[in-house]
Every structure is written in C-alpha cells, then in structure tokens.
Write a new protein. Structure first.
Ligand code: PGA
Length: 239
C-alpha cells in the first residue's frame, strides 16, 4: 500500500509571520493524522524555521528548487547540500513555472535530481507530459527511485481553475507507472507514488486520489488557506 501524499505548494507567497502561523496551525490541525504524508513547499528563506518546527511531526518540508552543484560560484542559487544540512526533507524539481519562467529543461531537472538524491533529499519530480518522464529519470538507479515521487501537472490545469478529468489524470498516472515498470521493474513501479496537480481543491481532490494510480495531490492555490488545507488533509486521511 502506498501512503497517500498531499503537498501544499506555497510558491512565492507569504511573509515570515504568515508562514510561521500557518505551520503552527497545520501542526495542531494534523496532530492525529498518521496515515497520510503531508508536504509543504516553501520559499528558501522560511525552510530552516519550518524544518525546525516540524521535527517529529508528520509534515515534510519541501524546497522548491535546488542546484545541480553543491557549492561554488553560482550566485543566487540554492545548494542541495545546504538544504540537507538544514534538515529539509524534500525538494521539488521541474515545476512548470520553473520550466516556463526560468528555462528549466529536462537536462537541468535531471542534473538537479541526481545531485539532490546524492545529498539525501527525497524528490518530487514534476512532469507536465509523458515525454518528460524518461529524460528526467536518466541515470537514476533502482535504489534511488524509492526516494522519488512523480507529480503529473498538465500545463492547462495549473492555476487556471480547470483541473484535468479524473479519468484523464488516471490514464497518465498509469502510463507513468508503466514507463517506470519498463525501466525498473514492478517492485519499483508498485512502490512509486504518482501525484496529480493542477487546480486541485477540496471538492475534486477525492476524484483524483480514488483513482488506482494516483497516490496524492499537489495543491497550489487551495493550499494557501491553512484551514482549507487542513480540511483537505482530513478528507484524504478519512478515506
Ligand atoms: P494550483 O497549482 O493548484 O493553483 O493549480 C498547482 C501547482 O502549481 O503545483
């Protein structure tokens, strides 16, 4: 059984106090939930405090990007080694906004993925289409695959209020699992968590997670209100 995974993608939102108030409410609101993994993807500047405050909880803190090198002359970039040192659990790589606005390519996502794994970070790899799956996973070993979740986020659905159909998302999630099975065998593919993202809200989340190959959701806008996000987590954990 794959443990359901629900991730809030805060993107570039919130000031410091908003972030801290949110996480404190989230900790209290989910204290009894153990059957669902919860992720919060935040701006780098909040990560240390968020990681410290969620120690020994079921909440995983997620960076939104990390460089393919650990150190050096890369002004403005974030080192995965430094993230790991801070106690950050996950990094999300390849989000559509990174690709569209900051020129991420399959190659850069793949380089970042390999280095994040080398630094003991777990990774949520975002793909918008099936063609991206194999190139972003290039050189990834069977052992490393156990630390990767794949989030399928069709571009038309991100931030538009127009989510994919549950059946359409299931078809792609299954196809992703099939690709992983072909490359890594069924043990790995059966353990892989595939998330759906793109205009997920409290009304449609269960349509997605009830699909056989969808193990969770990546939530942007609907996660920005902590009370709403807690309700979404509770709904998922009551399945
Ligand atoms: P959205 O964002 O839920 O606002 O569509 C999802 C995402 O970009 O990860």
């Amino acid at each position: 059984m794959r443990k359901p995974f629900i991730v809030a993608n805060w993107k570039m939102n919130f000031l410091h106090d908003d972030a801290i108030n949110y996480i404190q409410k989230l900790i209290l609101g989910t204290i009894d939930i153990h059957n669902t993994e919860i992720g919060v993807a935040a701006q780098d500047i909040f990560l240390k405090e968020l990681s410290d405050s969620t120690l020994n909880t079921n909440i995983k803190i997620v960076a939104q990007n990390a460089h393919w090198k650990n150190e050096g002359s890369y002004t403005g970039e974030t080192s995965p080694m430094a993230l790991s040192d801070l106690g950050v659990d996950y990094v999300m790589l390849g989000h559509f906004e990174r690709r569209q606005l900051f020129n991420e390519t399959n190659e850069t996502v793949n380089r970042k993925l390999r280095n994040a794994l080398n630094n003991n970070l777990d990774v949520i790899v975002d793909v918008e289409e099936l063609e991206q799956v194999e190139p972003v996973l290039k050189f990834i070993t069977e052992e490393q695959m156990a630390r990767i979740s794949i989030a399928f986020e069709p571009t038309y659905a991100i931030g538009t209020g127009k989510a994919a159909s549950a059946q359409g998302a299931q078809d792609v999630a299954k196809a992703i699992r099939d690709i992983v099975r072909e490359n890594y065998g069924s043990n790995v593919s059966e353990g892989l968590r595939v998330l759906y993202g793109g205009s997920v809200d409290i009304n449609n989340e269960l349509d997605f997670v009830l699909q056989e190959d969808i193990d969770g959701v990546l939530v942007g806008k609907a996660s920005l209100n902590v009370d709403n996000f807690i309700k979404m987590i509770q709904k998922l954990s009551n399945l």
